[in-house]
Design a protein around this ligand. Structure first.
Ligand SMILES: *Cc1c(COP(=O)(O)O)cnc(C)c1O
Length: 380
């Protein structure tokens, strides 16, 4: 029914499905094509495989419906990875002499992007996510890049407030929404110009594909991002795009279960005196909770905390049986890692980033408590 805005679960299971066609599948399979039959003038929709693909089109519609339910029309462009999506926004919008503001505590590959931007004569300023500190370096910026909640520190900034200040000064705003997914937070409704994400994480949720997307309302901005994809060729494979679309149907089930489990785990960890620096925006006593509740609808599947030292953290990870020691997050199988092992984040040696999966909460909590106790005992 036109005009009806359905709930998140309904929208997730139906997102991007084409009109029913007799004898056709509900979600058409992946289209593997380098080129399409194209007699006469080379006009779209489908000409060459680096430009467009019907499997991407279905996925882009699906993501668009989740990013802007019942709202203004939006366009989504899917990419080979989250980094491809991030680079597409930054490099399609910025040119020599421009100023861009990045978070100083954002995704660990941002410093690599910064090197590239600076090599092209773009001025890069950084400030922390917490306390809306990016406001203080906005003057004269062309683009503001926000990551909230930040990975891995889980700080939150006020998207509406930062957008208002940036727009006042004529800057565009992009939000890396990877951690929240569109079911947790909708940056475009909070005023941002670009909602960007690594769909490698919670969006697809099975830890088996890399993918990214950019969604925006403005058709010209969308076109420039789309053109960038064609130029650098950072295109998703049709199989990955189709798997991602299939995964979206369970997005609400997965995210709800994982967020509930994350809160349960955070509450459990809050009761331990060997755990410090506990962060989860959904925890009422978290410093970001009040702000998070104003702009988020679900608080994500990542919990971070600090164990006394590196050795204790390593013993803890080793003792876990239901939680794999692996990077990335947002998957249905819990993973955790000692984030300091990468060297890219300003975190203590015992800092653990815990991605909470869809296991039964009592099993997960029991495993974590046992691993905490065992790893404490072995210390002499
Ligand atoms: C993982 C991640 C990225 C990069 O995504 P890839 O799909 O690995 O390229 C970007 N931003 C955040 C917040 C991430 O967690």
């Amino acid at each position: 029914m036109a005009g009806v805005i359905h709930g998140d679960g309904t929208r997730a299971v139906r997102a991007g499905l084409p009109e029913p066609l007799k004898y056709e599948p509900t979600l058409p399979g992946p289209v593997f094509a380098a080129h399409f039959h194209l007699p006469g003038e080379p006009t779209g929709p489908y000409t060459y495989g680096r430009d467009e693909n019907p499997t991407w089109t279905h996925l882009e519609r699906a993501i668009g419906e989740l990013e802007t339910p019942g709202g203004k029309p939006a366009e989504t462009v899917v990419f080979a990875s989250g980094m491809a999506a991030i680079s597409a926004v930054l490099f399609s919008q910025l040119k020599t002499g421009d100023v861009v503001v990045l978070p100083s505590d954002g995704y660990q590959a941002l410093p690599l992007v910064r090197e590239r931007l600076e090599a092209y004569g773009i001025e890069v300023r950084t400030a922390p996510t917490g306390g809306d500190a990016q406001l203080s370096v906005l003057e004269g910026a062309k683009l503001l890049w926000i990551e909230t909640p930040s990975n891995p520190g889980l700080d939150v900034c006020d998207i509406r407030r930062l957008v208002a200040a940036a727009h006042d000064g004529g800057a565009l705003v992009a939000v890396d929404n990877t951690l929240a997914t569109p079911l947790g937070q909708r940056p475009l409704e909070l005023g941002a110009d670009f909602s960007v994400a690594s769909d490698t994480k919670g969006m697809t949720g099975h830890g088996d594909i890399l993918l990214g997307h950019v969604t925006c309302h403005d058709a010209e901005l969308a076109a420039s991002v789309r053109r960038w994809r064609k130029v650098v060729g950072a295109i998703p494979g049709p199989m990955e795009a189709w798997l991602a679309h299939r995964s979206l149907s369970t997005l609400q089930l997965r995210v709800d279960r994982q967020c509930a489990n994350a809160l349960t785990l955070a509450r459990t960890l809050a009761g331990r005196d060997d755990v410090t620096g506990l962060r989860y925006p959904g925890l009422p006593e978290d410093p970001s909770h009040e702000l998070a509740t104003r702009q988020m609808r679900r608080f994500g599947s990542v919990v971070s905390f600090v164990l006394p030292d590196r050795e204790r953290a390593e013993r803890f990870l080793d003792a876990l049986r239901l939680v794999d020691d692996a990077t990335s997050f947002g998957g249905v199988r819990s993973t955790a890692e000692r984030r300091g092992r990468w060297g890219g984040d300003a975190v203590p040696d015992g800092f653990i980033r815990f991605s909470v999966g869809a296991e039964d909460p009592e099993d997960l909590v029991a495993d974590v408590l046992r691993a905490l106790d065992e790893s404490a005992e072995k210390a002499v």
